[in-house]
Design a protein around this ligand. Structure first.
Ligand code: NAD
Length: 328
């Protein structure tokens, strides 16, 4: 089956080519959006990632070109208009799980980096500065960690934090009994906000969770709280968080995702003037650590992403049941 793969980087090409035996894959660096639809020529399917924009118009354009399958090579599907896909009889498949450990461990890396300031220590020592001034951290042992969303990634994250001796509170619309037995205490959101020293987001982005972290949520939080977002940028109202940082309410912010990341992330913009004032402001705080959507980026996850996506495409081509289908 011919598949146009968008937003590809050398590592995508490497892993997909390594595991592909059946399909005709065309790799495009460009994001899929209205202006790049023309790249789709003769393909029955497109393969997309987190920042491709599959809105109503793009879906309509894909349908006109004969596309029958959208294969997401990620778990989240907030960037796809599923109703439009249904209307045009386009199937959508995704990779529901690819190493939840990769993302959960990266959330821990953000916490550890912010807390023990290893990125700053590394630079200092390279400059011959062996001072410990302003590198003070805190013990994670005994701290209260609030986890919003305890699906595959959130569950792994909860267990990591329990292993470090933290008290773990969680909020999820479907509490997980196994986690409760392991010691996680489910509470409502106001309690998560007011009792946690660290809050980590692991729920999907949808109309209920958009800006779940906003002014009203931040007001309820402890002074000096650490906020970690490795899920989706839209969960956090960036303006509210900047306000919280400026007023010393938020003590630390670690983000692997950002509301307007599609203009920035995955590209080398080191010689470019960045127009986005919000990300520039965020990067100016000494207590903010930003990574560019790399939480998933492990060898194990890239392997699973390529293998599952190719299997999803093969299942569609041979008319088998689509176990990883996403429906409106
Ligand atoms: P999952 O579907 O296994 O778990 C999501 C959990 O969120 C579920 O338990 C669900 O009940 C819960 N949830 C849904 N709505 C909620 C709400 N309103 N409030 C609280 N909880 C709610 O998904 P997962 O595999 O654990 O992934 C979680 C998210 O992580 C994805 O949606 C994606 O956005 C993000 N992600 C990020 C990266 C990265 O590289 N940064 C990689 C993979 C996934």
């Amino acid at each position: 089956m011919q598949i146009s793969i968008f937003s590809t980087k050398p590592y995508d090409q490497e892993y997909f080519s390594r595991y592909n035996t059946e399909h005709d894959l065309q790799f495009f660096q460009a994001n899929l959006k209205q202006g790049t639809l023309n790249l789709v020529s003769g393909a029955e399917g497109v393969c997309v990632f987190v920042n491709d924009q599959l809105d109503k118009l793009v879906i309509k354009g894909l349908a006109k070109k004969g596309v029958k399958l959208i294969a997401l090579r990620c778990a989240g599907f907030n960037n796809v208009d599923l109703e439009a896909c249904k209307a045009h009889d386009i199937k959508v498949v995704r990779v529901p799980a690819y190493s939840p450990y990769a993302v959960a461990e990266h959330a821990l890396a953000l916490i550890m980096g912010l807390n023990r300031k290893t990125h700053k220590a590394y630079n200092r020592v390279r400059e011959g500065n062996f001072s410990l001034e302003r590198l003070t951290g805190f013990d994670l042992f005994g701290k209260t960690v609030g986890v919003i969303g305890t699906g595959k990634i959130g569950a792994v994250f909860c267990r990591i934090m329990l292993g470090l001796g933290c008290k773990v509170l969680a909020y999820d619309i479907h509490p997980n009994e196994k986690l409760q037995r392991a010691g996680v205490i489910y509470k409502e959101l106001p309690a998560i906000f007011s009792e946690s020293d660290i809050i980590s987001l692991h729920c999907p982005l949808n109309e209920h969770t958009h800006h779940i972290i906003n002014d009203a949520a931040i007001i309820q939080m402890k002074k000096g709280v650490m906020l970690i977002n490795s899920s989706r940028g839209g969960l956090v109202d960036t303006k509210a968080v900047i306000h919280g940082l400026k007023h010393r309410k938020i003590g630390y912010l670690g983000i692997d995702v950002y509301e307007q990341e599609e203009q920035l992330f995955f590209e080398d913009l080191s010689e470019t003037i960045i127009d986005d004032d919000q990300i520039a402001r965020l990067m100016s705080f000494p207590n903010v650590l930003v990574t560019a959507h790399q939480a998933f980026f492990t060898e194990e996850a890239l392997t699973q992403i390529a293998q599952t996506t190719l299997a999803n495409i093969s299942a569609f081509e041979s008319g088998e049941a689509l176990e990883n289908e996403v429906k409106a």
